[in-house]
Write a protein that binds this ligand. Structure first.
Ligand SMILES: C[S@@+](CC[C@H](N)C(=O)[O-])C[C@H]1O[C@@H](n2cnc3c(N)ncnc32)[C@H](O)[C@@H]1O
Length: 265
C-alpha cells in the first residue's frame, strides 16, 4: 500500500491531468452524459438518508467482533478482534462513492449485480436500493461481518440481496457459472493484483457489451495500479473511466479506438 503522502501526490497529479468534471472538453455523447447525468446529479435521493443513518449507527457501535483477515485491504486493522465502529470508519466506501454507485445502477438498471466484498453492507445497500428489481449477489468471507451486513439489509427492508459466505477465491467461480449474465460488478475485496485480475477474468466470462465493472482503489498500491493497467490493456475492454478512487470499465462499442478517460470527481 502507498503511504498517505504518496497517495496525496498521486491525487494531485490525477486532479491536474483529469478532464474537468463539468463535462467541458468531452466529445463523446455517452461520456458527456455520464458526467452530466450521473457524476453531477446532485439530487438527494431518499435512499441516501436511510442508508447513511445505518452507517451512523455502525460508526457508534463499539461492540467487538471476530474478523478473519483476508490480507491486502485490511491495512488499518491487523488484529482479528475489531470494533464495528472501526470497520465502519476504515473499510467502507464513503457516501460520495456509495451514492455514485447508486446513481450508476439507477441509470443503467442492471439486473444481475456481483458485489465482491460486502463488509458491513453499506455499499451493497446502495446497489440494492438503486434497482429493487435487480438481484445482488454479494460476497463476504468474515462470518460475523456478514451477519451484521444481513442485519442492515433487514433494517433497510432490502430483499433482493443474496449474501455468499466464505472465501471468494472458492465461491466466486461457482456463482459465476450459475448466472447467465453479469450486468454490473463492483470489485472491492482482496486488493492484491493477482486476486483482482483473477476475479476480473472470472466476471468477464458472463459480461456482455452493456456490462459495467467498477474497481475500487485502483491507485491504492503498486499492485492495484498494475492490475488497473492490465485491465485497461485487455482487448475485451472498450473504454475506461478513472476517477482516482475507483475505475470504471465498459465493454460497449462506443469509439473507433480504445479510450481511457481520466475525469475529476
Ligand atoms: C473494503 S471491504 C468492502 C467494503 C464494501 N464494499 C463497502 O464499501 O461497504 C472488503 C471486504 O472484503 C472481504 N474480503 C476480502 N477478501 C475476501 C475473500 N477472499 N473472500 C471473501 N471476502 C473477502 C473482507 O472481509 C472485507 O469485509
Amino acid at each position: 500500500m502507498y503511504s498517505s503522502t504518496q497517495i496525496i501526490i498521486k491525487y494531485f497529479r490525477y486532479y491536474f491531468k483529469a478532464l474537468n468534471g463539468k463535462g467541458h472538453g468531452i466529445h463523446s455523447p455517452f461520456v458527456y452524459e455520464w458526467v452530466d447525468k450521473i457524476q453531477n446529479d446532485k439530487t438527494h435521493y431518499e435512499e441516501y438518508h436511510k442508508i447513511e443513518s445505518q452507517r451512523s449507527n455502525l460508526l457508534k457501535n463499539k461492540n467487538v467482533i471476530e474478523v478473519r483477515d483476508f490480507g491486502a485491504g485490511s491495512t488499518q486493522m491487523k488484529s482479528s478482534s475489531r470494533k464495528i465502529s472501526d470497520i465502519a470508519r476504515n473499510s467502507l466506501k464513503s457516501p460520495k462513492y456509495g451514492q455514485l454507485l447508486f446513481r450508476i445502477v439507477r441509470r443503467f438498471k442492471p439486473r444481475i449485480i456481483f458485489d465482491l466484498g460486502t463488509s458491513l453492507g453499506i455499499t451493497t445497500a446502495y446497489l440494492a436500493s438503486a434497482n429493487p428489481g435487480a438481484k445482488i449477489i454479494t460476497f463476504e468471507g468474515a462470518d460475523e461481518v456478514a451477519g451484521i451486513a444481513k442485519d442492515q439489509f433487514g433494517k433497510l427492508s432490502l430483499n433482493n440481496i443474496v449474501l455468499v459466505p466464505g472465501n471468494m477465491d472458492q465461491t466466486l467461480g461457482k456463482m459465476v457459472s450459475e448466472t447467465d449474465i453479469i450486468d454490473f460488478a463492483f470489485i472491492d475485496g482482496n486488493h492484491r493484483k493477482e486476486a483482482v485480475l483473477s476475479y476480473f477474468n472470472l466476471l468477464m466470462e458472463k459480461c456482455g457489451p452493456a456490462s459495467i465493472i467498477v474497481l475500487d482503489d485502483i491507485h491504492w498500491s503498486r499492485e492495484m495500479e498494475e492490475a488497473w493497467v492490465n485491465i485497461k490493456g485487455d482487448g475485451r475492454v472498450k473504454f475506461t473511466i478513472d476517477l482516482f478512487f475507483i475505475g470504471i470499465v465498459f465493454f460497449r462499442e462506443e469509439f473507433l479506438v480504445k479510450q481511457d478517460f481520466v475525469i475529476r470527481f
